[in-house]
Ligand binder design. Structure first.
Ligand code: SAH
Ligand code: SF4
Ligand code: F3S
Length: 468
């Protein structure tokens, strides 16, 4: 029983295009398994989309390479969140010109959040003639058909579909890891924070059906995944478009009921919708991590209002304090923006005082970047870049001391960690339930296992542990 939700299983018809591409590839590239290079920028949602793109490419007979020069197909899955992210993509796309010149048969494609913006499309059309295929986040599920059309007609294709009220199930996924997995529970965003491009490039918020999510979680757990992150721009509004009345806390409880040894994480939570019910659910669960990522963006109420965040500093601190009181060893992290248009140094000091009061274990800090078409981009902004960089440095220096203190408080404690990989030089890298990285000694056969350790040392953002 859904309202405003159309769930489609689109991949059966796309399979035909996958088979056709296999045939065309044999003719063009003279090989059975052509090579694809896929690079993803941006957030976990994009990483998850990248895994679907790779799943679809596998169906088309491609295998993968890290070397652009030997690839028959090159795709950049782009991010538009800040100017810097976008510039990086344009720079790297520009460099592909030489590859196309050396191998005219290589197909070059762009997708993701950048390509949902008209001014970006225009720029690619005019200044990057060697880009063959461009498609937005709303066309992801038609990728085989689009690529087929480019190969078959031998002409450039720009797909700018803007229909975004549908959910597509059944797209194959080729996951990057065997221990950690991303599990999207919803798409899009309705919040329109005044600085943010995401609602414009990802469309309206829509939640997947709980039964589809639980099925996927079961499959992941049964095939050995140990650390599953539920994804959405605002997971706390999960279920708003579903008629069965399910909310995020209830979804978490249903997933938590699945048998097995695993950790559930989620991101991102919006403070305006973070409830005591959610915190209680985390506190009482068997599998939900003790990590709570709750972006606050600014510690000043006037700036929060201008950002259209719909909560106050006081409301934010109230939910944080409730989490501290209920969740054992909770690890708090957040996102913050420095230099929002009109922000004064005094208002910025409210951000500094908030981080001191909360004690985040780590913090993602950004200098405000104007995005075309957002309300904030039209606001007067008189503070110079240099001045904003000074504020940013003050924030980074303050947070470094806070993280060092928060992590040093963990020394001497015993904890369960998930061993994730080999270290860069030696030893192993593990992660606490609170999402803090731990370096430790041990043999490689511990990778993928939960182990009890003692924390013996702390650095700024990393802990050292020893097996118990
Ligand atoms: N949906 C999530 C995060 C989205 S983007 C949330 O609401 O928390 C991740 C972070 O990028 C945001 O939390 C914000 O801190 C930052 N960000 C978004 N737009 C930005 C902009 N225009 N300039 C600088 N930072 C930005
Ligand atoms: Fe952007 Fe706000 Fe939506 Fe997050 S909640 S994606 S910051 S508009
Ligand atoms: Fe970037 Fe799009 Fe994510 S803009 S941060 S990749 S939703």
């Amino acid at each position: 029983m859904q309202k405003n939700l159309v769930v489609e299983n689109c991949f059966e018809e796309q399979k035909e295009y996958c088979n056709k591409i296999k045939e065309i590839s044999k003719k063009i590239y003279k090989k059975d398994t052509p090579l694809a290079f896929v690079r993803t920028y941006g957030c976990q949602q994009n990483v998850s989309d990248g895994e679907k793109i790779k799943g679809m490419l596998s169906e088309m007979g491609y295998s993968f390479t890290d070397d652009e020069k030997e690839a028959n197909f090159i795709l950049f899955n782009t991010c538009a969140i800040r100017e810097h992210a976008q510039d990086k993509v344009f720079g790297n796309v520009g460099a592909l010109k030489h590859i196309k010149r050396a191998n005219p048969e290589t197909i070059i494609a762009l997708c993701g959040c950048m390509t949902e913006q008209e001014h970006v499309i225009e720029r690619i059309k005019e200044s990057y003639p060697f880009v063959d295929l461009v498609f937005g986040t709303h066309s992801l599920q038609y990728f085989p058909m689009l690529l087929h059309n480019v190969m078959n007609n031998n002409e450039r294709l720009f797909d700018t579909t803007s229909i975004d009220e549908r959910i597509f199930e059944g797209i194959p996924v080729r996951r990057d890891g065997a221990i950690k997995a991303w599990l999207p529970i919803m798409y899009g965003c309705n919040n329109f924070c005044s600085y943010c491009i995401v609602p414009y490039v990802r469309g309206r918020e829509r939640s997947r059906r709980a039964e589809d999510i639980i099925e996927e979680a079961k499959e992941l757990i049964n095939s050995g995944y140990k650390d599953i992150t539920l994804l959405g721009q605002n997971v706390n509004s999960y279920g708003n478009n579903l008629e069965d009345g399910i909310n995020f806390a209830e979804l978490l409880r249903r997933i938590d009921d699945i048998d097995g040894e695993y950790t559930i994480r989620f991101m991102t939570s919006h403070p305006k919708d973070a409830t005591r019910e959610l915190i209680d659910t985390i506190a009482q669960s068997k599998h939900i991590s003790s990590h709570f990522h709750l972006p606050f963006q600014s510690g000043n109420n006037r700036v929060l209002k201008a950002m259209n965040r719909k909560y106050t500093r006081e409301k934010y601190l109230e939910i944080i304090n409730y989490a501290k009181s209920k969740i054992k060893d909770v690890s708090l992290t957040s996102d913050v923006i420095v230099g929002f248009p009109g922000e004064t140094y005094e208002e910025f000091q409210d951000t500094i005082s908030l981080i001191k009061e909360v004690g985040f274990s780590s913090l993602f800090m950004f200098i405000y970047s104007p995005r075309v078409g957002t309300p904030a981009a039209k606001l007067p902004d008189i503070i110079s870049k240099e001045e904003k960089k000074r504020w940013f440095k003050e924030l980074v220096d303050t947070q470094e001391k806070i993280s060092a203190r928060v992590l040093s408080n963990l020394v001497g404690k015993n904890m369960k960690v998930l061993v994730e990989s080999k270290g860069d030089k030696s030893g192993l890298v593990a992660r606490t339930s609170g999402n803090i990285v731990v370096e430790m000694d041990g043999s490689e056969d511990l990778i993928g296992k939960f182990k009890d350790i003692e924390i013996i040392e702390s650095k700024n953002y990393v802990l050292k542990g020893k097996l118990l």
